[in-house]
Design a protein around this ligand. Structure first.
Ligand code: CMX
Length: 138
């Protein structure tokens, strides 16, 4: 089951500079995190109790976000949807005709994650996130 928007990921070239812009816009302080499994550094803005905006700066040339920035420039990188069971939802999405990037969920910073290909999702990369047990949302 899809529960809510967990976070929106935005690709940026300079995390500190973009975080300053978003701090001014949102009136919320960023907290900073490393996501080595995705090869990005993040500035995370919690919006109320429900969702986050995550700014993503790649940490190396082999990051998916590096390729994105080169090809498409800064902007919306992905939308993450919270689910209760990533593996189950990936299978269900495949049955519904969506192209999977991940055949099964894998461990990410936010929990168990899996991606749908943007070419089958209206040009938007979709991440499914099953938060770890007992972890406070988002
Ligand atoms: N949103 C929308 N479209 C995207 C995209 C994105 N984030 N990334 C790539 N595309 C587009 C490309 O522009 C390309 O379009 P065209 O064929 O029209 O030019 C198409 O998708 C396919 O691109 P590709 O060159 O074949 O594939 P890539 O090697 O660029 O890989 C993707 C694309 C989505 C499969 C890959 O980036 C991926 O596996 N992403 C999942 C993991 C990830 O993005 N991690 C980053 C951090 C996530 C986090 O912190 O949570």
């Amino acid at each position: 089951m899809i529960k809510r928007i967990h976070h929106i990921g935005i690709a940026v070239r300079n995390l500190k500079e973009s975080a300053a812009v978003y701090e001014k816009m949102l009136g919320v302080r960023a907290h900073y995190a490393e996501a080595p499994c995705q090869k990005v550094s993040e500035a995370v803005f919690k919006l109320g109790d429900e969702a986050e905006i995550d700014l993503l700066e790649p940490t190396g040339p082999d990051s998916a976000v590096t390729k994105f920035l080169e090809k498409r420039g800064e902007g919306l990188h992905h939308i993450a949807l919270e689910v209760d069971d990533t593996d189950k939802e990936l299978k269900a999405m495949q049955k519904k005709g969506f192209r999977l990037i991940d055949e099964a969920g894998r461990e990410g910073v936010a929990g168990k994650i899996g991606f749908l290909h943007p070419k089958s999702a209206g040009g938007v990369l979709i991440e499914l996130v099953q938060p770890r047990q007992g972890e406070k949302k988002p």
